[in-house]
Design a binder for this molecule. Structure first.
Ligand code: IVH
Length: 734
């Protein structure tokens, strides 16, 4: 595609600015060139890449417009116009295939009420017959029809428009789970099997990881990275459309079949029987389906997968409900588009398109400068999203993002929103490149990599950079640090911006009098002011007193939390606990040299170096001194009365317990000499499971580990392993 770099490319700002002054003929030529570029890029994507980003209709519209302009202005037809080659010279097209029976689509339902309305209609139409509902997952893949003649796979075709699809036989034959021959001695003369081709989530993650590594190597050698795989569905579609079946063969494609089209020589009674037969023939059928006698069961199934949609091996975008009885299916029939005997319940989308309005940078508590996208707000997976982190400048390159681009935004389950990729076909020339700033947006210090080869850039001015101070203060107040409920983001920013807190060292010196200088805490309503003055009270909101009370309590927090509050690079809760346990006091940690620090279990050389370096900075030491002077506890009371019942044991707690918080359970284990771990392995001594324990419990049972409930955990804490181990010969299973 030779035109991508032409001066009239839609990405060129020269093209955009010259447009207004151009003559009609020039404008026409410009439009034709633009169309040619877009078509060329779309073809490249469709046939070459794995990420078609235009719908067939959008592509057709571009081609139609170009053909029409060329017909009106034959003098302007470029020799390399895409209309001069069908699908591009080097491109294999897939032959059209007429489906023997139309491949219908499914009508959609978006709520429980929609499903109910569909079922009511079904039950009315079958007039008193008993309806059983087969309910299964809607696979987010692409529909393919397999034609078997006398048991032999003779053809595979995509759905296309339902009537005519594309012949992808050679590529489909590379999918290992699809049998070339049906496993039966008495195959039907002819049967068309329909299903969905997809890439399993784990396989897709592997592909992404491999490509990420490849891209890092490309970037390291100054080359342009490859476009990232957008999502499993598009990647599956692209893989199936490879010109070269050998490439398809390298892609981890899977298929589940979910129905029969045209057939001769088979008689069947129900949809579930179809699945049993297809499985018997060696075809891949989904393990996820259930038949219900009532609609209530169907609704429960829908609700279950709304929560567990990511626990399945492939992506799903909904639930398909089918009338199980084939005779009833026949009676219900179909409209011109959908069968009346089935419906697709669609979950809210997890991937949407939106505009990337800007890319800004954020400064974190350790000075890391991170670009993030600001988007036109959109609802994705049920919540409104405006911002998404972009991690570092390389990520912006890798994702091919320009400010002003339309982007694909994704939010899978409850994870943070992520910009997947841009849609460069939708650019109009007004987009601009993001340039990573060379100075900190908060304090103006020059930013750079902390050491050679680091992808992350940092603001080195930890002492007075306001953004860093604000972030550190917010972090100090958070749940896993000092746990100061009244110190949230809003209040932390107010304190720093009013100048009442110059850095976190001032935190415990706050008084009600000082809070009078912070607008955030002041009462301004005249009537209320007059009343307070009469009573001799300070004009402060209730949250001011709350902050002071919270701070008083926070002074008694255990040592590891105080260490965690210092925002030392590489020191999180785990490292802080290890330090606290090994040294017992802040003073001892301060006096320890790097070597002594590195010897502590759970403290590696990187962490040790970071801690030693931190304490060597005078203003850092001052923070600690100020806190100590204000009464913050700097030693852990070693409670010798606490029996070390868990000495030598590694315990994993998973799920929600009733009588322990996550931190509480951890503290209970550590204070009794045990080790609290987050991952289950053969070395784990006990796994404690609460409500909604997930894969860790499964793994524990697979490994044959001792699994305890909350009561068992309490017994273990009190009496050690003997308290929960049954005497020899008495088999037990907690
Ligand atoms: S049954 C008459 N079952 O969803 C149509 N379709 O939106 C019968 N799909 O074109 C289709 N998972 O490609 C059926 N378990 C499933 C499905 C499924 C995904 C696709 C199918 C269909 C599209 C409709």
């Amino acid at each position: 595609m030779t035109t991508a770099e032409s001066p009239t490319s839609p990405n060129s700002s020269a093209a955009a600015s010259s447009e207004s002054a151009a003559s009609p003929a020039e404008r026409m030529a410009h439009r034709m060139q633009e169309l040619a570029n877009r078509i060329a890029a779309a073809r490249e994507e469709y046939y070459g890449d794995d990420s078609p980003s235009l719908s067939d209709a959008q592509y057709d519209a571009l081609e139609r417009e170009l053909k029409q302009l060329e017909a009106e202005h034959p003098e302007l037809v470029a020799a390399d116009s895409p209309t001069q080659s069908v699908g591009g010279a080097a491109v294999t097209t897939f032959d059209p295939v007429e489906h023997i029976e139309r491949m219908l689509s499914l009508d959609n339902a978006f709520s429980a009420e929609d499903v109910e309305a569909w079922a009511e209609r079904v039950e009315k139409d079958v007039a008193g017959a008993t309806v059983r509902y087969l309910t299964e997952l809607k696979i987010d893949g692409l529909a393919v029809a397999l034609l078997y003649e006398n048991g032999e796979l003779v053809r595979a075709a995509t759905r296309g428009d339902g009537r005519v699809g594309e012949d992808v036989t050679l590529n489909v034959k590379t999918i290992r789970s699809i049998p070339q021959r049906l496993a039966t001695d008495a195959p039907p003369a002819r049967v068309e099997v329909r299903g969905e081709v997809f890439i399993a989530s784990a396989d897709f993650e592997r592909m992404q990881a491999e490509q990420k590594a490849e891209n890092e190597a490309l970037l390291a050698s100054g080359k342009k990275p490859k476009r990232e795989y957008a999502n499993p569905r598009n990647t599956a579609a692209g893989s199936l459309r490879q010109k070269n079946p050998q490439i398809t063969a390298q892609r981890p494609l899977s298929m589940y079949v979910h129905g029969i089209g045209a057939h001769e020589g088979v008689t069947l009674g129900s949809q579930s029987q179809i699945y049993a037969l297809l499985a018997e023939w060696g075809l891949p059928t989904s393990p996820h389906f259930k038949v219900f006698d009532t609609l209530a069961g169907v609704q429960d199934y829908i609700a279950h997968y709304a929560v567990h949609r990511h626990d399945v091996e492939h992506e799903i975008d909904g639930i398909v409900i089918k009338v199980d009885d084939l005779a009833l299916q026949g009676r219900l029939g179909a409209t011109s588009k959908f069968p009346r005997w089935a419906v697709a319940y669609k979950y809210p989308p997890e991937e949407v398109h939106t505009k990337l309005l800007d890319i800004l940078v954020d400064v974190g508590r350790t000075g890391r400068v991170t670009p993030y996208g600001v988007m036109e707000p959109v609802t994705v997976a049920g919540s409104v999203v405006t911002y998404a982190t972009l991690h570092n400048a390389n990520e912006v390159l890798r994702k091919n993002l320009l400010i002003g681009d339309t982007v694909v935004l994704r939010k899978a389950g409850d994870v943070i929103p992520e910009i997947v990729t841009s849609l460069p076909q939708l650019r109009d020339g007004s987009e601009r490149e993001f340039v990573m700033p060379s100075a900190c947006p908060s304090c103006g210090s020059p930013i750079g990599a902390a050491k050679e080869g680091d992808v992350d850039l940092r603001c080195p001015n930890a002492e007075t950079c306001q953004a860093q101070i604000e972030r550190r203060l917010i972090a100090a107040g958070s749940r896993s640090v000092f746990d100061i409920e009244a110190l949230g983001e809003e209040s932390a920013l107010a304190l720093v911006r009013a100048g009442v807190v110059t850095n976190e060292g001032d935190l415990f010196d706050l008084t009600l009098e000082k809070l009078l200088d912070v607008e955030f805490y002041r009462i301004t309503a005249k009537a209320a002011l007059a009343k307070l003055e009469k009573e001799g009270q300070l004009p402060l909101k209730a949250t001011a007193q709350k902050l002071i009370d919270n701070l008083e309590n926070a002074k008694q927090q255990p040592l590891w939390r105080v260490i965690n509050a210092l925002s030392i690079r590489h020191v999180g809760p785990t490292g802080a606990r290890a330090l606290a346990q090994a040294f017992g006091s802040m003073q001892a940690i301060r006096e320890a040299d790097e070597e002594a620090l590195a010897q502590v279990e759970g403290v590696g050389p990187i962490l040790a170096a970071s801690v030693a370096e931190w304490f060597s900075v005078p203003w850092h030491a001052e923070i600690v001194d100020k806190w100590a002077a204000a009464g913050v506890r700097m030693v852990d009371d070693v409670d010798e009365s606490m029996e070390k019942t868990l000495e030598g044991l590694t315990i994993v707690v998973t799920g929600t317990l009733e009588r322990f918080t996550r931190d509480g359970a951890k503290e209970a284990i550590l204070s009794r000499g045990g080790k609290a771990s987050g991952s289950v392995s053969k070395k784990t001594s006990f796994v404690v499971v609460g409500e909604n324990a997930g894969s860790k419990e499964t793994k524990a049972r697979e490994l044959g580990l001792r699994v305890l409930d909350e009561a068992g955990f309490e017994a273990l804490i009190a009496g050690g392993p003997a308290a929960v181990t049954l005497p020899e010969g008495e088999a037990g299973d907690e």
